[in-house]
Structures are given as C-alpha cells and as structure tokens.
Design a protein around this ligand. Structure first.
Ligand SMILES: [Zn+2]
Ligand SMILES: [Zn+2]
Length: 163
C-alpha cells in the first residue's frame, strides 16, 4: 500500500498522531507510549455522543473519500449542531485582513490555489479547531490566514515551530 506522508514534523510520542506517525509514515511498530495513547483515544472516542454515527459513516466510506477536504467538511457539518453560513467577506469583516497565524498582512487579490503565483500570501479561511478534529464550521471557529500558513498548519492547532 502506498504510504502517504501526512506529517512533516514528527508528532510527540504518547499521542494519537504519534501512533499514526510510527505506523503510517515510518511503517514501524509504535512505541509503548503511543500504544497506550491510542487505546486511550478510543476510550475517549466512544464517549462522544456522535461516536456511533461517525463510526457508521467511517465504515461505509473508503480511505480515498475520507481524505477529501469536501468530505471532511461535510462530515463536520453533518455532525456539528453548530454550523452557520459565512462568507470570506464576513470573516474579514469580523477578524480583519491579517493572518491569525503569523500576523502578516494578507494579499486579498492573490490567487488562492496553491502553486499559483503569490498564493502564499492569499486569503485562506483557517479553522481554529480543524474540521477533521471535530471543529465547527462556524464564523466563530474560523480566522483569516495566509494560504501558506494555513497549509503549513494542516490539521494541527497551531503552526508547528520545530521545522
Ligand atoms: Zn511513539
Ligand atoms: Zn501567515
């Protein structure tokens, strides 16, 4: 099976991402600390009120679907009672035009698609608590950010600094 490089920075041991890093990225046995962390993660997961529903969706989809951003967004919207409509303009009106991750000014005219000239400074809407971690798709949970900073943050809570 093709290994996908999910982590650019090694997550700490004793966390679920740490476990994933061992298994998926390095293809090795996880350390005992990470083993314990995964067990605990499942214990906590089953306590979530939407655990059953999430598991059901998980079981009837395949990996490729689950990795899609659109799907993650749908999943998040479906499960979160907290959802509302917001536009990019509303995000800017509420939080300003500085990147909430690095503090720099955002170039609103730049193309947002990664790879296009100037996209690094373009406007991306970053989810403070990532959708893939159960964050809400609401105005409250989003902030303006640079394209580059948003991609760099990935599904973490902050920009990782030990690069
Ligand atoms: Zn470990
Ligand atoms: Zn930034």
């Amino acid at each position: 099976m093709k290994q996908t490089k999910r982590f650019r920075v090694k997550p700490e041991c004793g966390t679920k991402p740490g476990y994933d890093y061992h298994v998926r990225q390095l293809g090795e046995e996880p350390c005992p600390e990470c083993h314990t962390a995964l067990k605990q993660w499942w214990v906590d997961y089953r306590k979530r009120p939407d655990a059953k529903e999430r598991m059901a969706i998980y079981n009837r989809t395949n990996r490729k679907m689950r990795n899609g951003t659109r799907f993650k967004k749908l999943l998040a919207q479906g499960f979160n009672p907290e959802k509302d409509y917001f536009s990019a303009n509303m995000v800017i009106d509420t939080y300003g035009t500085d990147c909430h991750l690095c503090g720099g000014a955002i170039d609103l005219a730049a193309p947002r698609t990664p790879g296009k000239p100037g996209w690094e400074k373009s406007l991306h809407i970053d989810h403070v608590v990532p959708l893939s971690r159960g964050g809400d798709d609401t105005l409250e949970n989003v902030r303006p950010s640079h394209g580059k900073c948003n991609i760099k943050k990935n599904n973490n809570y902050t920009l990782t600094t030990n690069e």
